[in-house]
Design a protein around this ligand. Structure first.
Ligand code: AMP
Ligand code: ZN
Ligand code: ZN
Length: 465
């Protein structure tokens, strides 16, 4: 019964569709007969063709008008002053340059100078090194001795997540380039850089941005290009630009991972958009571009963990910065006890009393450096049992180790009117970059640890001081 009804309904539907087809077919034939009274088939074809040609022309004209308007907004800049654009690819190890397709970096290298690697200062961490690059000072002279630190005088702790501390000028010693430049009448801008969010010596860059990892690479590049497009009286002559992707992926997935390769391509792509923007404005040849990274990256795994609490009672010490360089603050009476229990405890751990830290580390003379410092060998991590069982994911890559390890080295690439072309130089330490930039901008540098003579050979006709 049910199937009978269903087949009846089906038949009904088929008839309905047939009827509809018939109606449409009749209409079309009727229309065509009417049209054919006035036109031949060739004429119909011609008018359809004309109609599409008309549509195409309308679209093309609109496209050109919109395109011209966009181009019209990008004006050629003819009054550019000596300018430096300092770009950081966080955690971009020196050999990443051979790990992925990087056409834009390759072009810049061909047009300019490349160092075999850029040697960081100790510890090879983000904040200490970014701040060394812009001050020319060793860690213990600028005071950003770690990403996380305790100041006994302030009785306060500094962490990267603590916006109040990051933006508080009292933590930042020395004189960063933007302060040197602003003091001498130049305009500066920072599209992120450690230190740029704080008022240092009472000065911030004229234009600056609060660090926000959700601010896309495109937005960062757009912002820099729009600073270039300002009138000369408002246009900065020193600009910083920062990208964190290579560091983030190096930590999460390890330096040899496909994700790091993708991150390398991503920063190269952002660089390409930037260079294109400079070319559109006619200033690619006029801007000195310096690309650096703060440190490299090495693989780690949980099997290579040194548990501090195997040797020391954690209630005897205060530890706020853990791995791979640990600062231990025992109470005064426990100093020697803690030192003695750690000094020969583990074959991959080196222990120093603060005053015995080797001179070349330049890591002795600041109150924020803890009385006892533990440094892990490459690939080893320092932790505690409770931390490791706390369920936090173990990272696959890290940095912070001895600055002399090749895996901790970064990149230095420079191109522009003041730099030689096609030059490769030996590895050098990042303390020299401050003087180099100050020289290009015609600034009198503040006292610093760098030596201009060591980097002068990168410049055209070896300009002297
Ligand atoms: P680390 O790898 O531990 O040395 O820290 C690097 C991280 O510092 C990056 O991945 C960024 O998330 C973060 N960072 C970079 N610049 C800033 C900034 N200006 N303020 C706060 N955090 C930052
Ligand atoms: Zn970093
Ligand atoms: Zn990092």
């Amino acid at each position: 019964m049910v199937s009978n009804l269903a087949s009846k309904a089906e038949k009904h539907m088929v008839w309905n569709i047939r009827y509809l087809h018939m109606l449409v077919a009749r209409c079309i034939t009727k229309k065509l007969t009417v049209i054919s009274k006035h036109y031949t088939l060739r004429k119909i074809k011609a008018s359809v063709y004309q109609y599409f040609l008309f549509l195409f022309t309308v679209f093309f004209v609109c496209f050109v008008i919109v395109g011209c308007n966009v181009k019209a907004n990008i004006q050629t800049i003819t009054d550019i002053q000596p300018t430096v654009l300092l770009i950081s690819f966080d955690g971009f190890r020196w050999d990443y340059l051979t790990k992925a397709d990087i056409p834009n970096l390759d072009n810049l290298i061909a047009d300019g100078v490349k160092a075999k690697s850029l040697i960081p200062v100790f510890p090879s961490k983000t904040f200490p090194n970014h701040y060394t690059i812009v001050t020319g000072l060793y860690t213990d002279n600028h005071g950003i001795i770690a990403n996380t630190m305790y100041d006994p005088e302030f009785d306060a702790t500094f962490t990267l997540q603590d916006r109040k501390a990051v933006e508080d000028g009292r933590w930042w010693g020395g004189e960063p380039l933007w302060v040197t430049a602003e003091k001498q009448g130049q305009i500066t801008a920072s599209m992120f850089w450690p230190g740029s969010e704080a008022e240092i010596k009472g000065i911030r860059p004229t234009y600056w941005k609060r660090f926000d990892r959700n601010f896309s690479y495109d937005q960062r590049v757009d912002q820099v290009l729009s600073w270039f497009s300002l009138k000369v009286e408002n246009r900065p002559t020193f600009i910083t630009l920062y990208f964190e992707g290579t560091d983030t992926q190096g930590h999460i997935n390890g330096p040899e991972s496909p994700q790091v390769k993708a991150a390398i391509r991503e920063v190269d792509n952002a660089l390409g958009i930037l260079l294109n923007g400079l070319k559109q404005r006619g200033i690619y040849e006029n801007v000195n571009i310096i690309i650096v990274s703060d440190h490299g990256m090495t693989s780690i795994n949980p099997k290579k963990t040194i548990f501090i609490d195997d040797y020391v009672d954690l209630s005897d010490v205060e530890i706020i910065d853990w791995s791979p360089v640990t600062g231990l603050r025992p109470s005064q009476s426990n100093n020697e006890k803690v030192y003695n229990s750690l000094v020969n405890a583990h074959p991959n751990l080196t222990i120093y009393r603060k005053k015995e830290i080797p001179e070349h580390f330049h890591y002795r003379n600041h109150r924020r450096i803890a009385p006892i410092i533990a440094v892990a060998d490459e690939g080893w991590s320092i932790s505690s049992h409770s931390w490791l069982t706390g369920g936090k994911a173990f990272l696959k890559g890290t940095h912070g180790y001895d600055y002399r390890l090749p895996s901790m080295h970064g990149i230095f690439i420079a191109s522009g009117p003041d730099f030689k072309q096609g030059l490769v130089i030996e590895s050098f330490q990042n303390i020299h970059i401050y003087n180099l930039i100050a020289h290009i901008l015609g600034l009198k540098p503040a006292p610093n640890d760098g030596d201009f003579n060591l980097i002068q050979s990168t410049l055209n006709s070896e300009q002297s001081e």
